[in-house]
Structures are given as structure tokens and as C-alpha cells.
Design a binder for this molecule. Sequence first.
Ligand code: NAD
Ligand code: ZN
Length: 361
Amino acid sequence: MSSTIIVNTPVLSGAGALYRKHGLTAKTVVIFDENTRNLFRDQVIATLEAEGFRLLELTVPARETSKSLNAAYRLYATMIEAGVDRSWNLLAVGGGVVGDLGGFIAASYYRGIPVVQCPTTLLAMTDSAIGGKVAINHPLGKNLIGFFHMPELVLIDPSFLRTLPEREIFAGMAEVVKYGFIADRTFLDWLEEHFDRITALKEPFLTEAVRRSSSIKADVVEKDFRETTGLRATLNFGHTFAHGLEKLAEYRYLRHGEAVTLGMICALWLSNGLGYLSEKDLQGGLDLLARFRFPKGVIKRRFLAHSSEALLENMFSDKKKLDSKLRFVLLKKPGEAFLLEENVDDREVLKAIERARAFVA
Ligand code: NAD
Ligand code: ZN
């Protein structure tokens, strides 16, 4: 299972020919959130209209609660009333919220219409828009209701990031660095060298970071689409801790990427504590993560506000638990991650969290 990923500026020009090449019709439901509509609507719509597309535009509020069945239900109605049928496709222009909701609607409408992702946040460009996991939230848990629905195309225009707030850039950068940790030492070294250029959105460093990250994610997904071999699970490096932190922060006060940065600090300590990662590699990893601005200030306080025990408890209630065992992705060395099959003693986990707290404090 794979999608064609195109990283280019301006990425939508020539969409007509590209759609034809991929067997897609020029009948498209375009979904934005309020922000991406304000920022990119004119450009996107003008380009597609010039290419002869028939369009239906939809907009949702720019917040996580848009990933709901209610929101999807309302949009289905607009689509049905407008005569959208199976011959149409859907283009999601936005961050992970729009991508997940748009993908969910595409996967379910008329038993599934093709989706094209046009991600506009760094997190979406490097992570959520790639790999075909689409979901909405249920009041009892995040991302619980969804599908595997691969996008036909992922159209990435790094210039769209120019308007993205710095906090979102750093949040996305967490996943970028994650790819270096789990899969590619050379990329990790390159990220270390150019970290400030990338976060300052300097070309060609930004585009290269997006290109490498999206291709690592696509590669992993292609090899283990349904998460059966443990390979796709390595994408969850730092995430067992991160999900606990996000829960403690009520999914409101920490961006996902911020929780992932803190979670990777914990996971590095755990990898070292269990004897897999050398002191030198631990230190190298921590030095890189220390360059993220957000473990400071409010984010740091969010991490330290809760006890290690509270964090551990909240990790347990994550949906990724399997027979109530926590699953951890650990590093053997930079660029090489694995899913640990054995159960980890709670005391080891607590020790790792304590060390991470001392590091961040
Ligand atoms: P988001 O979609 O909420 O976007 C963050 C904010 O940035 C929003 O206010 C948005 O309107 C704004 N924005 C988007 N593009 C912009 C731009 N270019 N300039 C200025 N502002 C812009 O958040 P996100 O971090 O992109 O995605 C988070 C979501 O992704 C979560 O719901 C998470 O569950 C999901 N996710 C899904 C997967 C997956 O595999 N499907 C993976 C990771 C995360
Ligand atoms: Zn993530």
C-alpha cells in the first residue's frame, strides 16, 4: 500500500494532469478549517478552477472537536444535497484535524471515495497525512473510530508553513527528529547540524527535512501497513509516555508534538536504563532534544505538575495497551529502534520518568 507523495512549490499547479494520471476525476470536495480557509482558499480554489475542476467547499472549526461524528454527519448532508456521488474525490487542506476528518469522511461516504491530502502543518506533512490512518474522536477516547484509507496523493507545499505559529513548527519538529531516532542515523546527524535553519523555515533545509521525514514514514507504512510485524509500531517511539502526558493535560494544554518530545526524553532514559542504549548515545539524544524550546516554561511546568506515578497510571489507560501491558519502543542506538516484547517492570518506567524530570527541570 502506498501513495504518491509530491513535495513541491506550488504543489497544486498542474493538479488536473496529476489527477488524471492517478485515475482521479476533476470533481472534488475541498475541506478546510477556518484558518486554512482564510490562508489558502483563494490560492487553492483559483488553481483548481483554472484547471477545470468542479468543486464543493466545506469548512470546519479549527479545533480538535471537529474530529467528531457530529461534524462528519453535518458534512455528509451538505455533500448529499450537493449531489456528490462516488465519482467525486475529496481534498483535505489543513493540519491533522482536517486530514483525519476529511479522510474519515472520504473513507465512509458512499462506502469510500478517494482522498487527496494537502497537509499544511509540519506535523501533517511529515506524519498524519501519510499512511492512511484516519479517525475521529469518541467521547471515551481519541482516534477510536476510523479506517485505514490510503490517500491517492499527498501534495505537500512547504511554503504553506510560512504562516504556521512557531509553537506548531516545534511540535512538528518532534516527529521529524523521531524519524531520525528510529530509522536513520545520517538524517539524525543532519537534523542536529541544521536544526536552527529548519525551525527558522530556511530553504532548502525545510524542504529536505519534510522530504526525508515523509519518505521514512511512507517506507515504514509500506512495509507494515496494518502494524503486524512491529515495524510500524516503532513510529510510536516516545508515544507511550506522550499519550499519558496528553491525557494528564486533558488534550488541551500540550500539543501532541510537545508531549512526544517529553516522551522521547523518557524513552531515551528507559532505553538506557534497560541496558540497550549506551551513555554516549543517551547523551547525544538528550542534547538534541534539549534544543527544542518547548520543554521550557509552560510545557516544562505541565510535565512537572504531575507525579511520575500519575503519568504511569495515565499511560496504562491508553488504547495502545495490550492485555494491560505497556508496550515500549526503545532505541538500541540512534537510527535503530525496536518494539520491546517483554513486559517492563513499573519501577524501571518510573525511574526513567524521574530521570527525564530531572533533565527537564
Ligand atoms: P491541527 O490540524 O489542529 O493544526 C494546528 C493549528 O494550525 C490549527 O489551528 C490550524 O488551523 C492551524 N494551521 C494549519 N495550517 C496552518 C498554516 N499553514 N498556517 C497557520 N496556521 C495553520 O493540528 P496538527 O498538529 O496538524 O494535527 C493534530 C491532529 O492530527 C490530531 O487530531 C491527531 O490525533 C492527528 N494525528 C493523526 C495521525 C494519523 O496518522 N492519522 C498522526 C498524528 C496525529
Ligand atoms: Zn505522533
